[in-house]
Design a protein around this ligand. Sequence first.
Ligand SMILES: O=C1O[C@H](COP(=O)(O)O)[C@@H](O)[C@H](O)[C@H]1O
Length: 345
Amino acid sequence: MASSPLQFSTPFRTLLLSSPSLRKSPRLPFHPSLFSPPLTQKTLTFSTGTRAVSGSGKFCWRAKASMAGTTMEKGKGKVEVFDSEENLSVSLAKYTADLAAKFSKEKGSFTVVLSGGSLIKSLRKLVEPPYVDAIDWSTWHVFWVDERVVPKDHDDSNYKLAFDGKGVKCNLTPTTFTVQGAVALCFSLWQVPILPGNVYAINDALSAEGAADDYETCLKHLVKSNVLSVSTATGFPKFDLMLLGMGPDGHVASLFPGHPLVKENEKWVTFIKDSPKPPPERITFTFPVINSSAHIALVICGAGKAGPVHSALGNSQNSDPLPVQMVSPEGELVWFLDKDAASKL
Ligand SMILES: O=C1O[C@H](COP(=O)(O)O)[C@@H](O)[C@H](O)[C@H]1O
């Protein structure tokens, strides 16, 4: 078990980041440099001077410091269990930033695939210091493992979720934060200088079938232009990193338990018109593409997901595997679990 950096609640960080004077002041006890030394204290209390924020008087914050994830090696990859979603998101940001740096150095680009859902909230640390400034965003090529067939400005759109970061509310923890009206900072692609041409969104003017074909054609062009690698083992595209969530039923991407699409083994991108989770029409990467990845991070939080996590990582045997159990990349698989999702292990 490794020790973790000091963790601050999201509202605290938001306030810190929103105030340039606080960020720069070397005198203040919560200067950002405090984020890096490992600490072991359970609770710390910081007080600022009266000039701290917007002339609102004297403030006092409590910030919790806790240990980083417990790591287990399972037959199904590396399993990291965190005592909070906050700590998980710190570790996920480091993992993603490290891979981005490695691939960008090796080949000048980083191909990263996002899912929708709660993953987006857990990516929020990437758009905070130190990562937001350290990452070379110009090398990023961003894809979606699945997308709902809706306009890009629709609330159900995974593209919209990643761009405005508002689809999932961040936790405000009033007990540890005394300033009212603060807006929590979520992951948002608007906040970082990714080249617009490197963001591969669905063509929302097409039908589900048309959009899936169009996305697959786009991937094939990117293979030809050497932006995207191909697995020599499978012939399917090989993304540098897939960041995947999982639904409470064990679905990943838009590959649902018991649906015939989980067996698709020729197409790169396919479509579904009867998704059990609304909206019904979606496009999705197929398992051969998912499993050709160089790295997959499965990011799962909450007690409601403990059952499928147990099916996948516990000792139970089931003849009809859940989609999450079919995630088996030729590269590295890392499970990022909070303690609730891991509670049945
Ligand atoms: O519908 C979807 O659900 C899954 C899981 O979402 P979550 O909110 O339970 O984390 C998501 O990974 C997928 O991309 C999305 O389209």
